[in-house]
Design a protein around this ligand. Sequence first.
Ligand code: ZN
Ligand code: ZN
Length: 346
Amino acid sequence: MLTVKAYAATSATDPLVPTTIERRDVGADDVLIAIRYAGICHSDIHTVREEWGEITFPQVVGHEIVGEVAEVGANVTAFAVGDRVGVGCMVNSCRQCENCAAGMEQYCLEGNTGTYASVDRDGTITQGGYSTHVVVDKDFVLRVPESIPYTAAAPLLCAGITTYSPLAHWNAGPGKKVAVVGMGGLGHMAVKIAAAMGAEVTVLSQGLSKKDDGLRFGAQHYYATSDPETFTTLHSTFDLVINTVSAPLDFDRFVSLLRLDGVWVNVGAPAEPVALRLFSLFTNRRSFAGSSIGGIAETQDMLDFCAEHGIAPEVELIGADQINDAYERVLASDVRYRFVIDTATL
Ligand SMILES: [Zn+2]
Ligand SMILES: [Zn+2]
């Protein structure tokens, strides 16, 4: 066992605190990663506050992880000490069900093993990336291209793949009109990726305060959803909408923006069920869908795509002592666009 520094939640209501945790010995198929940077995802906050269900404390969260390989097991040939690598939202799956066999481990029929707050194969609870080291099975380690700035790479492992996967699956590209709802951590990545894929991108945000950023990231149009005119102007317009907002929306109104065969994809979700009149889908033969992160091979494709197109998240680098403040700022949408923890400060 390796005792390593970390920042953990000790209850659903107390601030996170510095601590140490145990990492398992490096097995034959394992990679020990010296974590350099860890992104803060809204899911981290939902999890430690038990908004998505009860968890076991103390709990270290963080599923946007980049660092260097520090040690490899006997069976590991794809990675060597010093390689720049990443870990995203999952660290294992059954590897045998039809979804795993199809390379979509995120949809493992037995449930994938989450990077944190999940029961690991050895029965322990997985602990995430707000830590100096992590031990991960080689098949769930990603290669982070050198051309992606080190400090900015971490959010690609959740925010990047969560938006890349539906954009790729529903063929965002030249000739397609794509709308992105919400301009936060996920939304700003969706804009950059969809634009790089060649789609005509529109941002639908509550207000216009981030308009300059949106256009700079590659959007051609930017509309305020607080303005009723927006829904008249854009009626039956989009082939694909990526909804990154986790607050409830007036879905009938928003879905009316889809053109013939248009698809609405949710990657953010409120805790409560939502209301949607199915008649809103009959018009224009619309689809209402969801999508969850991406498979390991697809996540590697995303990283390579971002390297090739010079895409990186916009980040604000913080020290460990700023994590609790950062949580409050994430909840207040006061971050442009992702907090990343420098783990040297742990
Ligand atoms: Zn996440
Ligand atoms: Zn499976």
